[in-house]
Design a protein around this ligand. Structure first.
Ligand SMILES: Nc1nc2c(ncn2[C@@H]2O[C@@H]3COP(=O)(O)O[C@H]4[C@@H](O)[C@H](n5cnc6c(=O)[nH]c(N)nc65)O[C@@H]4COP(=O)(O)O[C@H]3[C@H]2O)c(=O)[nH]1
Length: 812
């Protein structure tokens, strides 16, 4: 080949040298070579090509055999410019054969200075980008539109807990799976990614909750190249702390708004900045008007410096102040509040804000008041209780010592209240007690104090009272109690017994005085109730006696010291025995023969009468059955107390007893007092009817002494009336008694109810009764209550027709 024309070579952009294959001298060079080497062609031609070699590697390159050099290796190297600068080049060498078989090398070089500078710059940029990514606080993920991971930073791996292996593998699908698995709402996460895939230009921000409790804010922006989306940049910011703070702020705001307590926030100068709805509830709708005002003005203490001084002192000491305050409310009312006022300080200890918590104490105060009322009063009547009375009396004693004056304590007990309670029921009894309390209160002055001890026992403190005053008050009470009470349409009267003790002579303190007045009251009861009496020293002995008696009574049954006697009931005309009243007898080794009038009320008060009555009933039924089986059938009358009669199983037990002893019910009579008939109308009536249906006879004892409500005579199945001996005693002289006895006999006749006169002691009484056409009588005139065996003998005579108590000639 001929050497290429110079003009061709000069037209090329690349620098070209034609080098002799043997001696490596430059044969020819073009203009581009001149520019690259920085020397004219003329100077280069003839020079060895190593003139251009810049590095030892280049020298080694040219030292290789020409065949090796000419293998056409393209390589990056430098060329040494004439001015000593090294210029980066892209070098290639090709072997050419010149005319005449002369071997030459065609060396071409392309200046890479600009390209290298660009690459350098790109590298720098890349480094900067990596550094930026790695230094970012957010996790960054750059993906292609197809989801391929193009870049991420360390923070991403950290936030998402991406294992190192996974990152090294560069398994994009596994990375995405890992991310999705971390999100609590995995499905939502994937759906969102799918939506982003459908809309590559979408920008979005959302919140991701990760399983480990981390909250991330995800921001997605499209990555654009020449205005077209080529991928996406995801940034993930760990906002866990922020979310927590926000949640707690939200919670705090909720607490603030929904707190039942009133809460206010004041600035460092104590001006109200915020108030919650609780403040409005407490202060009233005008609460908002206080905003900007001094917090203390809420309590009407805006200008009260001493109040704020106290608060400051509390803040300095403990960081808070608390106390009770009166809060003015709308309408001029005040409400008690408990304020806890807490100071909030900065790191330097300067007050920045303060928070006040106010609690309405109205209910608490009311409850406190109620507790005090309960502690000091009787729930049923609202009267002061013993505790309050003790305080009152203690004060009175102190005053009395100083002024040398005294006072009186009255102990009041309702007579036979137990019967009301047992027969008409406790709710009725409670209301009776309330009525009694009202009536008693009305008898007293303001300075006195009425207190209920419990049950039907009341104690009265009479301020400054001596014996005369105490007696007049007692009399007033007794008089006032005589007025009938009306409850549920029922009229009734209540008696009470009052015992009195005086300070200082009867006791030094309330306990002593109550004890002595109680003793005096028992004495009154023993003497017949419905009266009053003063304490006398020997009374304590009587009370003790009572207690011993009651104890002995309870032993008596087991010790066989009780017996049942039978008093005959005689037909006034024939003189024959028609019945017997069973009467309990008790003979005690210590007390001797104790009359029933003494121990039966004791048994009634303590409830022991139920046991006692059941025993008498059994004895009587057994005895009546024996007499019947011996051919001497006779009606046996048994006294039944109200409490016994009220026993729910009374009728059932009686039926069983009659069956066990094979006694026809018609041979048993129950003596009931009038009180029983007035009891809880329906229930008692049912019971009486059940007994009457059974065939048991019913007699009304002591007729004329009680309520004598005639209505029940018509309504209830009564067989017999027993005229109380108090009316018989006056016969024949007492006109009143005569009239009453006459009236009862006539009434009995009219209503077909038998009449028995009780306590007939004289023949005159018997004669008068016979004249009045009374049917039967009983009394010492015939016989007292007799032991069973003696009664049986008498009965035998009567049955044999030997009337033991022959009738008299008509009285003149
Ligand atoms: N002065 C006088 N008295 C006469 C005469 N004839 C009979 N008596 C007495 O009058 C009382 C009549 O009984 P009572 O009115 O039911 O009055 C009875 C009755 O209410 C009660 N009682 C007696 N035994 C029992 C009993 O087993 N159960 C119940 N619940 N009460 C009984 O004790 C009260 C008194 O009983 P006693 O002392 O046995 O007194 C009996 C009897 O001994 C007389 O001619 N003159």
């Amino acid at each position: 080949m001929q050497p290429p024309p110079q003009s061709w070579l000069d037209g090329l952009l690349e620098a070209v040298w034609l080098v002799d294959g043997k001696n490596l001298c430059i044969l020819q060079a073009n203009r581009a070579a001149e520019r690259l080497a920085g020397m004219p062609c003329g100077l280069m031609v003839g020079q060895p090509v190593t003139l251009l070699a810049a590095t030892p590697q280049d020298h080694a390159f040219w030292a290789e055999p020409a065949a090796v050099v000419a293998q056409g290796i393209r390589s990056h190297t430098h060329v040494l410019r004439a001015d000593g600068f090294l210029v980066p080049v892209d070098r290639s060498v090709a072997r050419v054969e010149l005319a005449g078989g002369h071997a030459a090398l065609l060396l071409t070089m392309l200046d890479r200075s600009r390209q290298e500078a660009t690459e350098q710059e790109l590298e720098t940029l890349l480094c900067e980008l990596r550094a930026t990514l790695d230094s970012a606080a957010d996790g960054m993920l750059v993906c292609g539109l197809d989801g391929r991971v193009r870049a991420f930073n360390q923070r991403l791996a950290q936030i998402w807990g991406i294992p190192r292996d996974l990152l090294v593998q560069r398994n994009d699908a596994a990375v995405h799976d890992h991310l999705a698995a971390q999100v609590l709402d995995g499905k939502g996460y994937r759906d969102r990614l799918a939506a982003l895939e459908r809309e590559p230009l979408l920008e979005s921000t959302d919140i991701l909750e990760l399983r480990g409790g981390v909250t991330l804010e995800r921001r997605v922006v499209p990555q654009l190249h020449q205005g077209r989306p080529v991928g996406r940049v995801y940034s993930f910011r760990d906002i866990t702390r922020q979310a927590e703070v926000q949640a707690s702020l939200r919670l705090a705001a909720q607490v603030f708004d929904s707190s039942l307590d009133a809460i206010f926030i004041a600035d460092s100068q104590h001006h109200l900045m915020r108030m919650n709805p609780g403040c409005e509830r407490l202060v009233g709708p005008s609460a908002a008007a206080f905003l900007g005002c001094l917090a203390a003005s809420l309590f009407g203490g805006g200008s009260d410096a001493s109040f704020m001084e106290q608060v400051q002192a509390g803040w300095d000491r403990e960081g808070f102040w608390e106390g009770e305050l009166w809060l003015p409310r709308e309408g001029g009312a005040y409400c008690a509040v408990h304020l806890s006022w807490v100071a909030l300080r900065d790191d330097e200890g300067r007050l920045i804000q303060s928070i006040g918590f106010m609690r309405d104490l109205t209910l608490q105060h009311a409850a406190q008041k109620r507790i005090e009322e309960l502690a000091y009063s009787d729930v049923l009547t609202g009267l002061p209780n013993r505790l309050l009375l003790t305080q009152r009396v203690d004060t009175a004693i102190q005053g009395a010592r100083a002024t040398d004056t005294g006072f009186a304590i009255l102990f009041l007990d309702l007579d036979r209240f137990k019967i009301i309670n047992d027969s008409l029921g406790h709710p009725f009894g409670d209301r009776v007690l309330q009525l009694v309390a009202e009536r008693l209160q009305a008898c007293l002055r303001q300075t006195d104090m009425l207190c209920r001890l419990g049950g039907d026992e009341f104690v009265i403190y009479l301020h400054g009272a001596d014996a005369v005053v105490a007696e007049s008050v007692a009399r007033r009470i007794l008089d006032d109690m005589l007025r009938p009470f009306l409850l549920d349409g029922m009229g009734f009267s209540i008696q009470c017994s009052i015992g009195m003790a005086l300070y200082p002579q009867d006791g030094e303190g309330l306990d002593d005085l109550i004890k002595q007045a109680d003793t005096a009251m028992y004495r009154v009861k023993e003497r017949g109730r419905g009266s009053y009496g003063f304490y006398q020293p020997q009374m304590n002995a009587n009370l003790l006696m009572r207690m011993r008696l009651e104890h002995a009574m309870r032993q008596a049954l087991g010790e066989q010291r009780m017996a049942v006697h039978y008093q005959p009931q005689v037909n006034l005309v024939t003189g024959r025995i028609v019945g017997a009243e069973a009467l309990i007898r008790w003979t005690d080794p210590e007390f001797g023969a104790v009359p029933p009038a003494q121990f039966v009320p004791l048994a009634e008060e303590s409830g022991y009468i139920v046991t006692l009555g059941a025993w008498v009933m059994e004895q009587s039924v057994r005895e009546a059955a024996r007499w019947m089986h011996e051919g001497m059938p006779i009606v046996v009358s048994v006294n039944v107390s109200a409490l016994e009669f009220r026993q729910a199983d009374f009728v059932e037990r009686l039926t069983r007893l009659l069956a066990v002893h094979h006694l026809p019910p018609t041979l048993l009579e129950l003596e009931l007092t009038e009180t029983i008939l007035l009891q809880d109308a329906q229930e008692m009536e049912q019971r009486l009817r059940a007994l009457a249906d059974l065939g048991v006879h019913l007699a009304i004892d002591d007729f004329g002494t009680g309520y004598s409500s005639l209505a029940y005579l018509k309504k209830l199945p009564i067989h017999k009336l027993k005229i109380d001996q108090s009316f018989i005693r006056g016969l024949p002289e007492d006109e009143g008694d005569r009239a009453i006895v006459g009236a009862i006999i006539s009434m009995g006749r009219a209503l077909h109810i038998e009449v028995v006169a009780e306590g007939v002691e004289t023949t005159t009484q018997r004669a008068v009764l016979q004249q009045m056409e009374c049917q039967h009588f009983q009394g010492f005139l015939c016989a007292p209550g007799l032991p069973g065996a003696e009664f049986r003998q008498l009965l035998g005579k009567s049955v044999r027709g030997q009337a033991p108590f022959p009738s008299l000639a008509p009285a003149s």
